[in-house]
Design a protein around this ligand. Structure first.
Ligand SMILES: Cc1cc2nc3c(=O)[nH]c(=O)nc-3n(C[C@H](O)[C@H](O)[C@H](O)COP(=O)(O)OP(=O)(O)OC[C@H]3O[C@@H](n4cnc5c(N)ncnc54)[C@H](O)[C@@H]3O)c2cc1C
Length: 546
């Protein structure tokens, strides 16, 4: 079973015709994790996502898999321990999406937290990872720091701590988790919105759905329902129950992106600005700076970077890297997301706990919200355990064990990923592609890159521009394996083109729209509309930088 655009019609037909054990609303990382966990236990699962998969918070994170060093300050040791254990598992489950990254935490005389306390925190961080981090933390003196980071503010610097965490591709982690859920038998569709519920007596028997492409409505029947709609939890709760009580304290987080050549960093730097931490994170394709953390009561779908957000982040960068002289003009991209934090009555948004909450309304819906990407597998397992409380004892025993520690993609294990990086020059020779291109594909997809190339070669000719050919091949794969339905969805959530390039990959748009249009049946007018919609989306995201 594939998560393909071609199968969407038959998926919707099954959703109309059948009754499921569990129906999940929301296709971010939380819903994807719940679908994979439940389907891997043998439950009959359906998942609907109102827009594109990962289009909510799950493509707008800092893209880190981390223990959360700052949670040590709030004494949330169990949260850090859980996250560090999951970090280790994710290295094994998704080696192509989760990569180790060294972090540097500079210590200044005027710093808010004294060096001895940070040192203690570092030791605790190593201990809570059971000393299994890619490398243990260490202290660097001023000379060592200035050699490694000449652009860093050296005035008042007393040294720095170095430690390891990981960076990842958040959106693609959602797609791979959903693909795995689909292989376990889950019926999954994007652009299907939950609009209300149907009751049978005191219990919900179906969710009212609306296909966003055709505006057709249908009931999705299940024995139990899960809400994993992140920052939309209160909105969905209100549409389900008249007596809904507000649960969230949503908080906005903004990131800026820069060219790696312009903002040269080989390790991530932790900038302890005021009461919150801002990271500068180098990745294979760009540098990300973020995040802000401000209360956000508005519509999560309309969240946007403001001029104040940009000023704040540029100010922090300037404080830490005065020599780099980074300005507005250097910003390649920005993105804003909404954390679905649970309202725990904390005084400030940054003190609000990052812990998740799972609770069940006895009318038949389990809600899960809050938490972090890093711990999504655990959250999902706990959610399905909670759901099973509403099933018979025999069923609970039968569906007891999830199989979620296996690699998300069976041809991208740690060993096979290394093999792909070693073998790709042979693919280049065999297919007449530049090695630079096969290396990129192997890095992004491991051995699956071979299939991407094989699938594309007979469909469209290699163009003079090898990179354009590569993105066209990726687009074909995205349609076939991630149910990608629009050009904007491809650019924003299957690639890093918009965030990592000054031209946002727009020079490839015509060729990609052609390939997507041929597969999805778009006429010339629709192709032009798709390019237009992409340009508008980029302008929306970037409006605060001009
Ligand atoms: C700025 C920022 C930085 C972060 N950085 C990190 C980090 O580096 N590491 C980390 O571990 N965590 C991080 N997090 C936390 C993490 O990103 C979130 O906890 C996680 O993405 C939440 O995912 P979710 O699936 O619960 O919500 P979402 O991703 O928002 O998914 C909810 C989905 O539900 C859909 N939906 C809503 N209403 C309906 C409806 N009526 N019908 C159908 N579908 C509907 C939406 O379209 C959406 O796709 C960060 C969060 C933010 C905001």
């Amino acid at each position: 079973m594939k998560l393909s655009a071609a199968e969407r019609g038959s998926v919707l037909q099954s959703m109309r015709d059948e009754e499921f054990d569990v129906a999940i609303v929301g296709g971010g990382i939380t819903g994807a994790g719940v679908a994979r966990d439940a389907a891997s236990r043998g439950l009959k699962v359906a998942l609907i996502e109102g827009s594109d998969f990962a289009s909510g918070t799950s493509s707008r994170s800092s893209k880190l898999i981390h223990g959360g060093i700052r949670y040590l300050e709030n004494l949330e040791f169990h949260l850090v321990f859980e996250a560090l254990s999951e970090r280790q598992r994710l290295f094994e489950m998704a080696p192509h999406l989760v990569h180790p990254l060294r972090f540097l935490l500079p210590v200044y005389k005027s710093g808010r937290v004294p060096a001895w306390k940070i040192g203690l925190g570092m030791w605790l961080y190593d201990a809570l990872s059971l000393f299994e981090a890619p490398e243990l933390s260490q202290f660097l003196d001023v000379n060592e720091v200035s050699e490694e980071f000449p652009a860093l503010q050296l005035n008042g610097l007393t040294g720095a701590f170095a430690y390891y965490d990981a960076y990842m591709d958040d959106d693609r982690l959602v797609m791979e988790t959903l693909r795995s859920a689909r292989q376990h038998g889950a019926e999954i569709a994007n652009y299907v919105r939950a609009t209300g519920v149907d009751f049978e007596g005191d219990f919900i028997c179906a969710i009212e759905c609306e296909d966003q492409l055709t505006k057709e409505k249908f009931p999705l029947r299940a024995r139990h329902f899960v809400s994993s709609v992140g920052p939309w939890t209160d909105k969905l709760g209100q549409s389900f129950f008249k007596d809904w009580k507000k649960k969230l304290r949503p908080s906005k987080g903004v990131h800026l992106t820069f060219d790696k050549k312009r903002f040269q960093l080989h390790d991530a730097v932790v900038m302890g600005a005021e009461s919150r931490i801002v990271f500068a994170i180098p990745r294979h394709e760009m540098v990300i700076v973020g995040t802000t953390d401000t209360d956000y009561p508005g519509d999560p779908a309309q969240v946007q970077t403001t001029k104040e957000d940009v000023d704040y982040l540029l100010h922090v960068v300037d404080q830490y890297f005065p020599g780099a002289k980074i300005t507005r003009k250097d910003i390649l991209g920005t993105y804003a997301g909404v954390r679905p934090l649970i309202d725990d009555g904390a005084q400030t948004e940054s003190k609000t706990s990052r812990e998740h909450m799972i609770w069940t309304d006895p009318r038949g819906v389990t809600f899960v919200a809050g938490g972090k990407y890093t711990t999504y597998r655990n959250m999902a397992e706990q959610t399905v355990d909670e759901v099973l409380n509403y099933f018979s004892l025999e069923e609970r025993v039968r569906y007891n064990r999830p199989k979620t520690l296996e690699p998300l993609n069976s041809i991208v294990t740690e060993t096979l990923f290394e093999r792909a990086k070693f073998e790709h020059p042979q693919w280049a020779k065999a297919c007449g592609l530049p090695e630079e291109i096969t290396a990129k594909l192997a890095d992004r997809h491991g051995l699956e890159a071979r299939l991407i190339i094989r699938q594309a070669l007979p469909v469209f000719a290699r163009t003079a521009n090898a990179e354009e050919w590569m993105w066209c091949a990726e687009a074909l794969h995205a349609i076939e394996h991630t149910m990608c339905l629009t050009l904007t969805d491809f650019y924003l959530r299957r690639t890093h083109l918009v965030l990592a390039r000054a031209d946002h990959g727009l020079p490839f748009a015509k060729a990609i729209a052609q390939v997507m249009g041929d597969r999805l049946g778009w006429d010339q007018r629709r192709r032009a509309e798709e390019i237009n919609a992409l340009q508008n989306q980029i302008a929306f995201e970037l409006s605060a930088t001009t």
